[in-house]
Structure formats: structure tokens, C-alpha cells
Design a protein around this ligand. Structure first.
Ligand code: KIV
Ligand code: ZN
Length: 387
């Protein structure tokens, strides 16, 4: 299949890596509801679950396969026949099924998780891909803990699984260990040294243990990866996964990278709130793109600059991610310009002198109250007029 070299595929794992988080478990109908919104968002792949892990997860993969038709539906397995058989059965109704199988690739995992050797693990990886390929054409292979794996061994493993039929090769930084240039170099090495690499898409799957998941994913894309894996709101194991909304908006903002996705970014805000409420996982207010403060301006200097020209302090338009609108928050750090803006909105047109007077009352109030709303302003103006 021919791929546009600039197109980045988006693989959503909110319902698998995201749903693994304690307290975030969803019922099948809840997963179906989110999957339909992910389809509307335009993701290319939905990782629907890990079918062998529980009967509930198996049923969810079946239900999602029936409910969603556009994106590829993917099921996770370990590198063994039982897991793969279960995934094949769960995917039987999927219009476009994908099996995501894999095994540890770092010496740490090989020795201390599998008590095995590099040779034996390589063999198991190849066997798993060959076995899955007999039933499903689209096979993604993950080299778990690739972030800490020896790059020469990793290259050998990737070449072997592509030869065995893998269509996508996932290079996870499972522990969020890498620095962006280390991760980028790893992808570059694979691109330059795996002789059949052009027969597969390289995928990046980064965790956020050091807060570098998004930066590492972008470094991967800059070095030749063309699929990114992530979740809505960045939820996932431990400190989470790459946030899909962050990667998509980085590619839109930095068009110089020459990369694009199929995502309708205007759906981000609503989907973020849906995932947050169904998973009972609040979005931190300062979360990039979808946090409640992502478009709120509160210091006097910023408010003044924003009111003169929003682009002074706005690199993304809130409407581009479905955010209600930018806001000028009134606090004790706000300046006259912001107060004037809000008073005019409420119908008060004051002279410079009147504004100065009101501004002093406002500061006294704002020192006592954390943030000031329209009712506070109306009450303050009422008192002002009576005085
Ligand atoms: O982080 C990881 O390595 C994973 C794999 C199962 C892809 O989630
Ligand atoms: Zn993961």
C-alpha cells in the first residue's frame, strides 16, 4: 500500500492503555460511546482492548468492532498463541482488524521479566507475528521497552518481524526513559539500518514518566515515524501516555515540519470532557490544549497585550480545539485594561478618571476574593453609584 510520506496516522489507546489506570475502568456501552466520538475525531486506529485479559474486555472489543466502521480496530496481545487466538475471535466483526502483538526488547526485560536470552526472544517475536498473520493481514508488532533496548538488537528484531509480516512496528518508550534526541536517534537508526523498513510504518508510543512523552513523539516523527500512539488527556499507565491533542496541535502549529493528520481538532474539547467524566479523571487546569486555564489570561501584562491583539498571547485559537472562548480572568493581578473590558461588556462606559476610582475598589475586593465574577462587578458598580 502506498502512503503519503507526510501523513501521520493517529492510533488512539485511550480505551486500552488509558483504561488500565486504576479507577478509569469503563463499561462496554461507555467504551462504545467514546469510540464513536474517536471515530468522529478522525483517529485512524482505535486500540479497543486486550481480549485475553478478561471476558469484559473481550466483549468490549467485539462491541467496538460492530459499532465503529471507519477506523481500524486493534486488539492487544502478548507474543503467545492463546492471546492471539483470543484477539482473532474478538475481532471477528471488525471491518478493518489489526492485531498488536509484541514482547520485551531491552536486556532488562529479556533477563528480568522473561528470564530468557536475546535469541529466544527474537524467535518468539517472529513466531507470534507469523502466527497472527495467518488470520489477520494487518499486524502491528511492539518491541516493549525499546527506549532502553540496545539499538543493534532492536534493529535485528524489527527486521525479523517485518520479514515475518508486520505492517507496523511500534517502538515504545515504555518507561518514559528517553530524552527527545535519544529517542529521535533511535528511530533514525532503524530507518537507516533496517533494510526492509520501507515495508512497514514506524510507530511511536511514549510514556510520560519524565514529562517527555509529547516531545519524544515529535522527535520520533521528525526522524521518520509516521504513526503516533496516545490517549485523550494523556491518560495512561503511571504518569500517562502522549496526549493526542498535544501532538496534533504541534503539527498544526509548526507547519514547517510538513506533517499532517486526519484529525478534526474542533472535537478535542468536548471529547476531553467526555473522557474525563466517564473515567472519573479530572483534567488538570493547566493541561495544554484542553485544560480549563489553557486559554485564560490572568496577569495584567498579558491581559493588556491580549486585548491589544490576541496573537500577542495566543498561538492556538480556542475555537480550533472546540474550546468555548479565551477568557480574561479578573484577579488582584489584573490591570485597568482588563477591568475596563469587563465593565464595558456589562454596559459601563467609564472615563479614565472614573475607571481609576473603580479600579481601586476592584483591587480591594480582589485582594479578598480569589476571582471576580460578573455579579461581583455589578455589586461593586452598584455601591460605586450609591456612594
Ligand atoms: O508501553 C508499552 O510498551 C505498551 C505496549 C503494550 C505497546 O503499552
Ligand atoms: Zn504503553
Amino acid at each position: 500500500m502506498l502512503h503519503d510520506p507526510n501523513r501521520v496516522y493517529v492510533f488512539d489507546t485511550t480505551l486500552r492503555d488509558g483504561e488500565q489506570v486504576p479507577g478509569c475502568q469503563l463499561s462496554t456501552p461507555e467504551k462504545v460511546e467514546i469510540a464513536k466520538e474517536l471515530e468522529a475525531l478522525g483517529v485512524d486506529v482505535i486500540e479497543a482492548g486486550f481480549p485475553i485479559s478478561s471476558p469484559g474486555d473481550f466483549q468490549s472489543v467485539v462491541a467496538l468492532s460492530k459499532a465503529v466502521s471507519e477506523p481500524i480496530i486493534c486488539a492487544l496481545t502478548r507474543a503467545n498463541k492463546g492471546d492471539i487466538d483470543s484477539a482473532i475471535a474478538a475481532l471477528q466483526y471488525a471491518k478493518r482488524p489489526r492485531i498488536h502483538t509484541g514482547i520485551g526488547s531491552s536486556d532488562m526485560h529479556i533477563k528480568h521479566k522473561f528470564n530468557s536470552t536475546r535469541e529466544e526472544i527474537l524467535e518468539r517475536a517472529v513466531e507470534a507475528v507469523k502466527y497472527a498473520k495467518k488470520s489477520v493481514e494487518d499486524i502491528e508488532f511492539y518491541a516493549e521497552d525499546a527506549g532502553r533496548a540496545d539499538v543493534h538488537y532492536l534493529a535485528q528484531m524489527i527486521e525479523a518481524v517485518i520479514a515475518a509480516g508486520a505492517t507496523v512496528v511500534n517502538i515504545p518508550d515504555t518507561n518514559g526513559y528517553c530524552l527527545p534526541d535519544q529517542y529521535g536517534s533511535k528511530i533514525k537508526f532503524l530507518k537507516e539500518n533496517v533494510k526492509n523498513i520501507d515495508q512497514a510504518i514506524i510507530s511511536v508510543h511514549c510514556h510520560n514518566d519524565l514529562g517527555l512523552a509529547t516531545a519524544n513523539s515529535i522527535a520520533g516523527l521528525q526522524n521518520g515515524a509516521r504513526q503516533i500512539e496516545g490517549t485523550i488527556n494523556g491518560i495512561g499507565e503511571r504518569a500517562g501516555n502522549t496526549s493526542i491533542e498535544e501532538v496534533v496541535m504541534i503539527l498544526k502549529t509548526h507547519q514547517v515540519l510538513g506533517l499532517y493528520t486526519n484529525i478534526n481538532s474542533k472535537n478535542f474539547y468536548e471529547l476531553s470532557r467526555m473522557v474525563s467524566s466517564q473515567m472519573r479523571m479530572p483534567v488538570q487546569p493547566n493541561k495544554a490544549i484542553v485544560g480549563s486555564n489553557a486559554f485564560a489570561h490572568s496577569s495584567g501584562i498579558h491581559q493588556d497585550g491580549f486585548l491589544k491583539n490576541r496573537e500577542n498571547y495566543e498561538i492556538i485559537r480556542p475555537e480550533d480545539v472546540g474550546f468555548p472562548d479565551a477568557s480574561i480572568v479578573l484577579t488582584a493581578r489584573s490591570g485597568r485594561h482588563a477591568l475596563k473590558f469587563h465593565l464595558e461588556r456589562l454596559g459601563f462606559n467609564l472615563s479614565k478618571e472614573e475607571l481609576s476610582l473603580v479600579y481601586h475598589s476592584f483591587l480591594t475586593l480582589a485582594d479578598k476574593k480569589i476571582d471576580i465574577n460578573d455579579n461581583d462587578l455589578l455589586a461593586m458598580m452598584g455601591k460605586q453609584q450609591l456612594a
